[in-house]
Design a protein around this ligand. Sequence first.
Ligand SMILES: NC(=O)c1ccc[n+]([C@@H]2O[C@H](COP(=O)([O-])OP(=O)(O)OC[C@H]3O[C@@H](n4cnc5c(N)ncnc54)[C@H](O)[C@@H]3O)[C@@H](O)[C@H]2O)c1
Length: 448
Amino acid sequence: MGTHAEQLRNKIESKQAVVAIIGLGYVGLPLLAAFHEAGYPVLGFDIDPEKPVLLKKGENYLPHLGSDMCKPFVGSKRFDATTDPKALQKADAIIVCVPTPLGQHGEPDLSYVVNTGVMIGENSREGQLVVLESTSYPGTTREDMFPAMIKAAAKKGVNLKLGDNVFVAFSPEREDPGRKSHNTTTIPKLVGGLDKVSGELATKLYTGPIKTVVPVTTAEVAEASKVFENVFRCVNIALVNELKTIMDAMGINVWEVIEAASTKPFGFMPFYPGPGLGGHCIPIDPFYLTWKAKEFKVPARFIEIAGEVNNSMPHYVVHKVAAALNNHSKATKGAKVLVLGLAYKPDIADTRESPTYELIELLLDMGAKVDYSDPFVKYTKPVRKYNLDMHSVDLTPENLAKYDCVLISTNHSAFDYGAVAKHSKLVVDTRNAMKKHAGEMGERLVRA
Ligand SMILES: NC(=O)c1ccc[n+]([C@@H]2O[C@H](COP(=O)([O-])OP(=O)(O)OC[C@H]3O[C@@H](n4cnc5c(N)ncnc54)[C@H](O)[C@@H]3O)[C@@H](O)[C@H]2O)c1
C-alpha cells in the first residue's frame, strides 16, 4: 500500500492520477487541455454551468486558444467536466485557478480562493494534492486557503495533516493570452510546497505536461516571484508612461526614443506607454503585495507611485483628445469620438480592466458622443464597474469620416490604419499604431 505520498507519487508517474482543475477560464482551460493531452484523466470544474456543457461538445469558448483545443475532449474516457463539487472526491490532484480580483477599495478579494478552499475541504478525502495557481500575495496558500480547507474537512470528520494525508503547493500561472511564442506547456513553471513532500509531488505532477518545471523551496517564494514579475511590469510601464509625458512636453517622440534606447544590447529592455493598464494581472496583482506589506509596516512606495502614474493615464489621454479637438476649433462637448479597441491588448477579446472603458466614460462625462470599434468585442457586456450598452461600429471609410476624432486605444492588427489615416479628420494615437502614416497625416495626428 505505502504512505499516501507514495501512492500519489505512483499514480502521478503512471499517469493514473485524476487531475481536477477548478476554474476553467484563461488559466484553467488551457491547463486542463495540457494535462489531458499529456495522458492524464482530467476533471474540469466551474461554477458557470455553461462551461462544462460546451467543453463536453468540444467547443472552446476562449477564441484566442484556437477552435481545436477542446475537440480531443469529445468521446474521451479521460475527460469529464462538472459543476458538482462532490465529483472532486475522485480527484487525486486538484489545481485551483479561480479569480483574485480587487475589492471596491483596492483591497485583495480572496473570497474565491477561500470559498474554493472550503469547497475542497467539504469534499475532500485523504491523499489528495491541492495546488493553488491564482495570483496572490505571499502567504495566501498557507494562511488563507489551507486553513479554510482543513476546517471544512474537519467539520465533515476528515482530519487532514499536511505532508501526511494531504499535500498543498502553490504554482503561479504565467499565461499571456494572445502570445504566439509560448503556450501553457512551454512557459517554465515555478512550484513551491507548503512542505517538502508537497513541493516534490506538485513538481512531479507538472512535469507531465510542462516542459520546464522549476521547484523553489516554499510556496511563499513561488507566490512572491509571481507578484514580483507583475510588479516589475507595472513599475516599468509607469516609468515609460511618465517618460511619455515628459517627452511630449519637450516635443520629442517617445516611441523613437524607446526604439533608439533598445539598440543597446545589454542593460536595457523596452516597455511601451499606453492609455492605462488592462487585463487581470498588471493592474491588480501589485496591489495584493502593497496591501500585505502594510501588515509588516513596510512601505511599498515604488509600487504605489507606479499605480498612481498608470491610473492617471486615461485622464492624460482624454486631456490630449480635448486639446487636439480644441486645436481643430472643436469643443469636446458635442464632438463625435470613435475609440478603436475595447480589448485591453491587441488581437484578443479580453476586456478585463481595459482602460478603454474609462476613456469612454471620461469622454461621455465631458459631453462627447462616443462610439467604439473592436472586431473582437461586438457588444459591451456589463462588467464589474461599467455597463456601457454599446455596439461596435464597423471601420468603414464612411464611418471614419463621420467622427471629429478617432482615438486609438488598442492597436488590433485587423484595423486598416491606412484607411484610418486617409478618412479621419483627427487621430489621437496612444499606441504608435499610425507610425507609418505620420508623414501623410501631419497635424491630423496627435500622440497621447
Ligand atoms: N488571464 C491571465 O492572463 C492570467 C495570467 C496569470 C495569472 N492569472 C491568474 O490566474 C487566476 C485566474 O485568472 P483567469 O484569467 O483564468 O480568470 P477567468 O475569469 O478567466 O477564469 C476564472 C474561472 O473561474 C470560475 N470560478 C469562479 N469562482 C469559482 C469557484 N468558486 N469555483 C469554481 N470556479 C469558479 C469562473 O466561472 C471562471 O470560469 C487569477 O488569480 C489570475 O490573476 C491570470
